[in-house]
Design a protein. Structure first.
Length: 404
């Protein structure tokens, strides 16, 4: 059993492994802003340097000011040296479970990543898994810790924030906490009460599935809306007009989402993880994948029916996976770009947030050179778009309907 007062042995309260990314950095600065002494370990020296200089490596509303404040107060430090892991009582891991090219989860990814930090794990620490994991990974990590001969607790406390809302949702949303041991559950709960008083206790296996179920439920809802959109659109009817009409003052339909690209680093991946967990017996999840991943193909097919696409220059507006974000991970805008590169005369792309793609052009240039425009990401900057070019707008950003 861990020492009942392990914190006295460590000069930091928390260290976040992988802490310069979209999940880890908001969490780290949130803990620091609530008075914790926080360290970050990340293999990206460039990201570490940016954080220590007070620069966010990515866009997260509300985070820059908090980062500057906790750095000035001396409560946060980032490092590319894994030795920093030994300095904190709570070791939070934000490395998730990836899927390979065959859509199979790599359950060994987290244990393998932890192997590099293993020499710095100490008696009295608590290891908290934070990102989505394949069911059973928490138990796998527990087994790994036993093999190391280190006396520490293991917990799984999944994040459930929406990217771009971390600095509010970390404090507002209930926090799921789980651990195999009473001590582990108490220690993890005490830590997260720095952020919220609303905790939900589960077993590790329940928490693992709760996280997957959350993302899969959203993915299936988006697929349902996208299938309904395609059905209406193929009959020459505006899905958005129908959706708004049926939801008007009708609470049982209020949660029907609009059409749009369902993408990002979690929804598709977690649906495939859940399918693998159930021996690939997940017809609903596989169908949702087919619908959501097929929407760019459907869109281009409709454009081919309406326009002489092979002779046209198409401008794709927005390359991030969601509006107001600079994150291009798993963005279906790039799938759309690849399809159009084969079907259209030329493709030009732009995005007001993304700075990592050297092929992007300014919006004005795309508007001037393109014959046809596609709003692929619902960035707020496109709401006041003024153009006489035809626009495919499945998000209804312009408020003129989604009929294509």
């Amino acid at each position: 059993m861990a020492d009942p007062s392990p914190g006295a042995r460590f000069r930091r309260d928390v260290v976040v492994i992988g802490g310069c990314g979209h999940v880890g950095l908001p969490l780290a600065i949130a803990f620091a802003d609530r008075g914790a002494r926080v360290g970050i370990y990340d293999v990206s020296a460039e990201a570490v340097d940016a954080v220590n200089a007070g620069r966010m490596p990515f866009s997260e509303p509300g985070a820059p000011a908090v980062l500057e404040r906790v750095l000035a107060d001396g409560r946060l430090e980032a490092s590319a040296d894994p030795a920093i892991v030994a300095t904190a009582e709570h070791v939070i891991v934000v490395i998730g479970t990836p899927v390979d090219e065959h859509l199979n989860p790599d359950a060994a990814a987290i244990p393998n990543a932890l192997a590099g930090c293993a020499p710095y794990l100490c008696d009295g620490q608590i290891l908290i898994l934070r990102s989505t994991v394949y069911p059973g990974v928490t138990a796998l990590v527990e087994k790994m810790i036993v093999g190391l001969g280190v006396q520490l607790d293991v917990a799984f406390c999944p994040e459930r924030i929406a990217e771009g809302k971390a600095m509010t949702e970390l404090y507002e949303l209930p926090q799921i906490v789980s651990s195999r041991t009473t001590d582990g559950l108490e220690r993890a709960s005490k830590l997260f009460t720095l952020l919220t008083d609303h905790l939900v206790a589960m077993s590790p296996e329940e928490a693992e599935l709760a996280k997957l179920f959350t993302n899969v439920w959203r993915y299936i809802k988006f697929a349902t809306a996208n299938q309904l959109y395609m059905m209406a659109n193929s009959r020459g009817l505006d899905f958005e007009r129908i959706r708004q009409g049926l939801a008007a003052d009708y609470p049982r339909a209020a949660d029907m989402p609009g059409a749009g690209f369902a993408a990002g680093p979690c929804l598709f991946k977690d649906t495939m993880q859940l399918a693998a967990y159930n021996n690939n017996n997940f017809a609903l999840g596989h169908t949702a994948m087919t619908i959501n991943e097929g929407l760019p193909l459907y869109l281009v097919d409709r454009l081919q029916q309406r326009f002489s696409l092979a002779t046209m220059t198409v401008g794709v507006l927005g390359m991030a996976f969601k509006g107001g974000s600079d994150d291009t991970r798993s963005s279906l805008s790039y799938k759309l770009k690849r399809i159009l590169a084969f079907k259209a005369g030329a493709v030009l792309c732009t995005d007001p947030y993304v700075s990592t793609d050297p092929d992007l052009l300014p919006l004005d240039e795309v508007l001037a050179r393109a014959d046809l425009l596609v709003i692929a990401t619902p960035h707020p900057e496109y709401r006041d778009l003024m153009t006489d070019k035809p626009v495919a707008d499945i998000w209804n950003v312009l408020g003129k309907g989604v009929l294509i």
